[in-house]
Each structure stands twice: as C-alpha cells, then as structure tokens.
Design a protein around this ligand. Sequence first.
Ligand code: NAD
Length: 510
Amino acid sequence: MSLTSGAGTDQARVPPEVIETRDPRTDTLLAVVPDQPAHEVRSAVARARAVAPVWAAAGPRQRRDHLLAVRDRLIDRAELLTETIVAETGKQPAEALTTELMAVCETIEWYARNAERVLADRAVAPGTLAHKRAWVRHEPLGVVGVISPWNYPFTLSMTPLVSALFAGNAVVLKPSEVTPTVGLAIAELFDDDRWGNLVQVVTGGGATGEALVRSGVDKVVFTGSVATGKRVMAAAADTLTPVLLELGGKDPMIVCADADVERAARGAVWGAFQNSGQTCMSVERVYVERAVADEFIRRVVVLTGDIRHGGSGGDIGSMTFAPQVDVVEAHLADAVGKGARVLVGGSRIERRGLWFEPTVVVDVDHRMDLMTEETFGPVLPIMVVDDAEEALRLANDSRYGLNSSVWTGDRARGEDLAARIQAGNVCINDCIVSYAICGLPFGGVKESGIGRVHGPEGLLEFTATKSVMAPRFAVPREPWWFPVPRHLDRLAVLGMRLRFRRRRVRSSHS
Ligand code: NAD
C-alpha cells in the first residue's frame, strides 16, 4: 500500500491511511500499519470503558496477579520483543534488554510489592471534630490515554500503562508513528481471554494522538517533546482532562575539581552517548571546574574514540528518526559558527541508515543552541567554568529541568549542589540511572513536565482522591446547626483559647 495514490496529480491525493515504519539502520521498510482516524480511537476508548469497572472491582491482588502474568509473558518473549525494538529504533540489543525490558520488569515488580499499600485507605485525624472518623480513598479514574515517543518505545509506553492498570484503570495506548510495531507487540502481551479489552492500542500520527486527547479519556499521559506537550495540554483544556506530561530535557552535569575525574569522564561518555544520545535524561551539557578540565576533556576524548559503533556487540547503534539527525547537525553548525571546536566526530557516518559519530565539542557557551536547546543526539558539549557556583548558575539557566548530575568527592558538597539544582531528579556521582530505582518518583520541573511516574506518587497520579467522613457515634444534631445556640460566639472564643492558644505543636506524620 502506498501513502498516496495518483502521484503527480494533486487532486488525486488522498489523506494517508497507513504509516510505513522503517529500520533506521538500513532504511528498509519494516511494516505498514493503519493511521487510525478519530472514530476508531473513540471506539477503542469505549471498549476500554466497558471493561474498566470490572478491572477496578477486581481489587489490587487480582490486578497484581494478572500483571505478574504479563511480566512473565514479557520475559518469555524477551528475544522477540528485543528484535522488534531494535529493528524500529536501531539501538543495540543489550540497550533494549536493559533499558526497556528489564526496566519494565522493575516497574511491575515495585508496584506488585507496593501498590496495595499505596492504594489502601488512609485514616486522617479529625481535629476538633473528635466525634467523627475521616479517611482518604484512592479510586481508579476509569480510562487512561497513553501517548508515547520513539526513543524508548517499550519502556515509555509500558511504565505509564502498567501504573494505570495497577491503580485500577483501563488503558488506550497510542505509540509513536515511528515505532508502532512495538506498540502492537505490547497489545499482544495483554491479549488474553479474560482481560482482552483492558489495553487497547491505536496506531497513527499526531492526529490520532490528538483524537485520543479529545476522546473523553479520564487522564492523558503524554511523553514527548515540549512543543507537542503544550499542544496536548491545550487540547486537554477544552474538556479539563487532567494531563501528566513527561517532556524534554537539557540535562546538565557538574564536575567539581574534587571529583574522581576518571569516573566522571566515563560517566559523561556513557550518559551522553548511550542510546545514541536519544534519552530525555542524556547528559546534554557538561560544566567542569577549570582545575580538572584539561584532564577531564583528555579522558572524554580518548573514551569517545574507543566507542564501538553498531554491529554485534557494539556499544551504540544508529539514531532512530531522520529529522532528529537534522537537529543534531543544525546545533553543531550553529555552535561551530559561534566559535565552538569539535574534538571528536561531528558528522554523519557514510553508510545507509541514520548513523552519526559520537561527538565531543568544547569552547561552547549559552549563546549556542547546543547548550540551551535539546539536541537529542550523540553530542557532548563541555564548558569550562571557574567554580561550582558558576556551574550551578549555568545549569539552572535553562527552561528545562528533568534530570541532572553532580560529580564530587565531597558528600556534603554533592548533597548541597543537588539540593540547589533546578531539576526533578538529580544523581550524585552517576547519571541517568535514577529512573531504574522505581520507588523514586520521576518527572520534570519547568518545561520538562508536570506530574510523576514511578514511586507512590506515580501510582496516585492514576487515582481520584476521595475524602470521606462519618460519625464515630450517633448524635441527634451538631452543635453548630440551626438554630444557632445563643452563646456559640462565646463558646467559640473559649474553645479556641483552650484548644490552640500557646500550645506547642510537634510535626506529625499522620
Ligand atoms: P513528539 O512530541 O514528536 O511525539 C510524541 C508522541 O506524540 C507521538 O506518539 C506523536 O504521534 C504524538 N503526537 C504528535 N502530535 C500530537 C498532538 N497534537 N496531540 C497528541 N499527540 C501527538 O516526541 P518524539 O519525537 O516522539 O520523542 C522525543 C521527545 O520526547 C524528546 O523531546 C524527549 O526528550 C522526550 N522524552 C521525554 C521523556 C520524559 O520522560 N520526560 C522520555 C522520553 C522522551
């Protein structure tokens, strides 16, 4: 099937009904999937809505058992899933296995252990209303729409998806049009007789995504670029649909003079180039204190030159999405035009597919897009600074705030810088991997997003909070009901003085 018919005659053009997906390593056609229209999205939501109350009523234990069975199916199909992910993204098999399949197993494991506790009713002290009981319930929302990107097509679909399921919701997933067959493989993981309609997958591009946002789902989880995230939020505003937005980053790495320079250099090279730099939490800019800058840059250059590119057992694969390679080239050209120097790499690799050399750049500053806009490719710009305070000021001089890292031999200094960096996540003497600790909520500040996945917060995102109060024992009437008692004003003053005045209060955890 071709995307257009009657080539050459404008009037014969028809709207595309299918999407072609290609292997970015070789530019060969992989599959053709439907570009689903809005009415099919609404039908998928209706099917999910029909099963949602049954799934909600199943309770946390049955839900856990079903999701553990899905995890086992995932493990049984690990090789096949890896092949599917690798073919559509160009990443290396080891990357797919660790950062996609294992990462999702970790998430399922954490929620299997913790969801029941996190979702349990929570008693609340009634304060002055001592004759009342009060508690909080966490109820499922209904149907959650998940829209995912192409860089981790499995993890970034499955993490919100299984979180929403653990919380008792049904899900409609719209995978990226660049990686739709990974989305279809996810649908197969959930394909069983009992809960067949619980997870619906619709394929298509931006219009299909927008149709999902406007379909009446009870929450939208969007992972992708800031620009699209803003469009999603604007569309969701029409129906006041709540959104969870996991958006782009420009993650800074601060290397202090007292850091283990060898470890920091290795960390920078891995953090910048794993998944060919196409991670929302990639190290996208380094600020290194002058005292160790030469040594640090020397090691980074050597280590970058040693990276094995592609092939079986290589460290990194191809890039995934052709327009992203254009962004990488544009950022490099802008930086070089403003005085930056490329020490390693800097070009596309002359072979079929989307291959780009791991690239190290110095003499950079914040006039350059390379230091302020998300590059999302295998480029590591390094800026030399006078001290850690200058590094912190530059790190915070950004509209993004996703992940970040601080490298120092001084624990107190590391924790102080971590506290002052403007980001949703920070790693001390490491980078990126905080996402692997599933008890840690993950998400951004500033334009990097709204809301969290992972941890208790990431589960409660998929619930409606209901506050309940009830009598502790029966009383015929409340003292403040009409007719208002004659001396209520004086009683109120007396009551306030007795209960609150000069009373020392300790913080409480309940
Ligand atoms: P993108 O914004 O282009 O697309 C993401 C998804 O949104 C795709 O499924 C796309 O079809 C859909 N979409 C497009 N237009 C839409 C619309 N108007 N309404 C609804 N959906 C629409 O992003 P991408 O290029 O696929 O992914 C790369 C971006 O994702 C980078 O910016 C990266 O930093 C970000 N990202 C963020 C995180 C995070 O957790 N914060 C993780 C991974 C990637």
